[in-house]
Design a protein around this ligand. Structure first.
Ligand code: BGC
Length: 757
């Protein structure tokens, strides 16, 4: 059952921070046509319509379904590059061939479909989110897009922006955390970066693909207003900011309808309310019908071999001929596809005839900067970090830190430039057919030895507990690397570190008071040993320069500046759902499938609901609402210097702003991320992140900045209006270091306002 097929089937008063920065919604730059002239959105659609008018019915149909190269041999006269997708062009009309690659964290090559083809691997999406830096997200996207173009891809399946609703989601590492403003802002920048290469970026997975357990059958249930104020808002902000050529609808159902045939999501929200001009492509194996899907707003069937039928080939032609799908709808499907290609510049900028070697050296620097900006210093009692000049003997323990850093599994997997020093195939599990536990060749041990010449740095793999404890005792300092591999297609069953690593860390910290834990995890894990371990670094999956970035932070060359884009629970009972919904049921069906094959069918077909009871109060908002104290809050992150906020002035009127001095009161240069949280006074609603800005300051430097609230964060969605409604009245504004910090709260009055959906 563990085949790719199995995976697919079964298993403003904008938050415009006034001084540039996060939240300012910018229009995507106009693209150029072949002659270098700018293509306006209206021109792009007009050109697309003219092309459609010249096409035969068969030509139109040919553009609205795409091949899955591994299963598509012989179906095209064109070269199929082993990757995710392929759509033939129409040479007589100058319509280009489209080659699609996964690209969330780099140009993917999951289980080495393209032998020997490497690419630059960024750190995980959560690391990029932890930078709170739109420029880091943009640079990462621009780098990936450049490599993709060199490798002859022109549509990238990048831009995952599903909000983290559950800390155990196997795909959290690909996404940008739990907050719609942060995730939407950074996703938009990532997309704009990709598309600066005149190729298309896709935003995905629209919408509410919030768990991997049963992702092909789960029915995500949530109220309309709550959905608009959470997951959809992240998409909306990202679409505005990045203007992606395409949107990928998800596997799951939303409120009873498959995402890829959900008229409300595809047509009413995306195309009507948001004025989206590009095309909607399906996820791979996510189409379930012809007329219903086409009429609901799906424009293209992707990875067609993975669906039960090729719904958008002969069946769509038939449906058009019978009038079940209006010809005008088919024309719109094709015109949207072409508009996405034309607006991004992918239409005119043909892929190179031969692959070109990317500038890997320069791109590695992009990956390293992202890691350095995204690693979070969670705890640093007694200023154990950076490692003191007096340290003579250090032991590095576990996590394969002698050879590399861990990466997350699934379609985002990059085979990075330096190779994979550790690669473990999987015997079981929903991702076994297309994922391996893979490390990037970036050794924290070697990088640390280089960063700390003259210090004796020993290595022990941590398998023998007694030997490890002895090694920890013998050293001045122990650095233990903890790993948690997570992957697309499966959630982690619980939030504990696997493989008795908690016991290992406890034993080390008991023997050695100077212990530092470095966490290479997909997302939050529980840390039962936290009280014993004075310093903890959240490294996420730090990408192909992760070892160097970590050595920089441990040694003090780099001042940590990441902030958590996701709440770390104190125990598994705190988040809305303690463990993956439906996991026990699916495990039971899978276990009994051998005895009764009908159970295998139920596994892949029977839908089950997940009720998102937290509504729009995702992540830190849930904790505030429920009065829960997390282990580490959203927005938290320490530095080797200190920052103070002084002379805050909060203003209201049409919009909420806070202007204040940020002062680096310490002795080192560093970056801070002041955050603005807002709530209507007396509403009882938890405060929401309405603005943030990453700012770099020299020691002693002061800078006065303004954060201005994104109005849709201040507003509530009103389904009766319909649209965004800001109630007039008094609002509380917190200038804060994290989502729980209420040391500086002031109030201001806002005028009542409404905005379009
Ligand atoms: C994933 C998408 C991915 C697609 C193509 C699907 O299984 O959900 O994120 O882009 O495969 O590989």
């Amino acid at each position: 059952m563990n085949t790719r097929r199995y995976k697919a089937l079964g298993a403003g008063a904008m938050l415009a921070i006034a001084i540039g920065g996060a939240g300012a919604v910018t229009a995507a730059p106009p693209q150029q046509d072949r002659a270098g002239a700018a293509v306006s959105p209206a021109d792009a659609r007009a050109r697309a319509d003219r092309l459609v008018a010249r096409m035969t019915l068969d030509e139109k149909i040919a553009l609205v379904h795409g091949l899955f190269p591994p299963m598509a041999a012989g179906k095209t006269a064109n070269e199929l590059i082993p990757s995710a997708g392929h759509v033939d062009g129409i040479p007589r009309l100058g319509i280009p061939l489209v080659r699609e690659s996964d690209a969330s964290l780099g140009v993917a090559n999951q289980v080495e479909q393209r032998k020997g083809d490497v690419a630059t691997a960024l750190p995980s999406g959560l690391a990029t989110a932890a930078s709170f830096d739109p420029a880091i997200a943009h640079a990462g996207g621009a780098m990936i897009g450049a490599e993709a173009r060199d490798k002859r891809f022109n549509v990238l399946l990048a831009g995952g922006v599903n909000l983290t609703r559950d800390p155990w989601n196997g795909r959290n590492f690909e996404y940008l955390g739990e907050d719609p403003l942060l995730a939407g802002t950074l996703a938009g920048e990532h997309i704009a970066g990709v598309q600066s290469n005149r190729i298309v970026s896709t935003i995905k997975h629209y919408a509410l693909n919030a768990q991997e357990t049963g992702r092909n059958v789960v029915d995500a249930r949530i109220g309309e207003a709550a959905l608009r104020m959470s997951d959809l808002l992240a998409f909306q902000i990202a679409v505005e900011r990045g203007n992606p050529g395409s949107v990928m609808c998800a596997y799951n159902k939303v409120n009873g309808d498959w995402s890829c045939e959900n008229r409300h999501l595809l047509t009413d929200v995306l195309k009507r309310d948001w004025g989206y001009r590009g095309w909607v492509m399906s996820d791979w194996g996510a189409v379930h019908s012809t007329a219903k899907a086409a009429n609901a707003g799906l424009d293209q069937e992707s990875g067609q071999e993975l669906d039960k039928a090729i719904y958008f080939a002969a069946p769509l032609k038939d449906a058009v001929e019978k009038g079940q799908v209006p010809l005008g709808r088919l024309d719109d499907m094709v015109a949207r596809y072409l508009t996405g290609l034309i607006e991004t510049g992918a239409f005119a900028a043909a892929v190179p005839a031969r692959a070109v070697t990317p500038n890997y050296a320069a791109h590695a620097e992009v990956a390293q900067r992202a890691a350095e900006a995204g690693i979070v210093l969670l705890k640093n009692d007694g200023d154990l970090l950076p490692i003191a000049r007096s340290a003579k003997r250090i032991v590095v323990i576990g996590g394969n830190a002698d050879v590399g850093v861990l990466s997350g599994g699934g379609s985002s997997q990059v085979r990075s430039v330096g190779g994979a020093p550790v690669e473990i195939p999987l015997a079981t599990g929903a991702s076994a057919s297309f994922a391996r536990i893979t490390y990037h060749a970036s050794s924290p041990l070697l990088a640390l030895r280089k960063a700390l010449p003259g210090v004796r740095i020993d290595w022990i793999d941590g398998r023998n507990l007694n030997a490890t404890v002895d090694a920890a005792k013998a050293a001045d300092l122990a650095i233990v690397f903890a790993t948690q591999w997570t992957s697309e297609a499966q959630d982690v069953p619980n939030l504990n570190l696997p493989d008795q690593q908690d016991a290992l860390i406890t034993a080390i910290a008991t023997a050695q008071p100077h212990t530092i834990a470095v966490m290479e995890t997909g997302g939050p894990v529980l840390m039962p040993w936290l009280a014993k371990v004075p310093a903890v670094i959240q490294a996420w999956y730090p990408g192909q320069r992760g070892g160097e970035a970590l050595a920089g932070i441990l040694s003090g060359r780099i001042n940590p500046s990441g902030r958590l884009p996701i709440t770390f629970p104190a125990d598994a009972s705190q988040p809305p759902r303690p463990r993956p919904v439906g996991l026990d049921r699916l495990n039971a069906l899978e276990a009994s499938a051998a005895a009764d094959p009908a159970n295998a069918a139920r596994y892949v077909q029977e839908s089950f609901p997940v009720d998102y009871v937290e509504g729009a109060d995702v992540g830190y908002r849930w904790y505030e609402k429920k009065g829960l104290k997390p282990m580490f809050p959203f927005g938290h992150g320490l530095s080797y210097t200190q920052f103070a906020y002084r002379n805050p002035q909060v203003t209201g009127g049409r919009t909420l702003s806070v202007t204040f001095d940020v002062v680096n009161t310490g002795k080192r240069a560093g970056a801070d991320v002041p955050q603005m949280y807002v709530a209507r006074d007396g509403s009882g609603a938890p405060m929401r992140l309405a603005g943030f800005r990453r700012i770099e300051l020299k020691p002693g430097e002061t800078r006065r900045i303004t954060l201005t609230a994104e109005p849709r964060i201040v507003a509530d969605y009103d389904t009766a209006l319909p649209g965004w409604r800001i109630a007039g009245g008094t609002y509380r504004v917190a200038l804060a270091r994290d989502a729980t910090d209420r040391t500086m709260v002031a109030t201001a009055t806002l005028e009542p306002q409404t905005r379009k959906p």
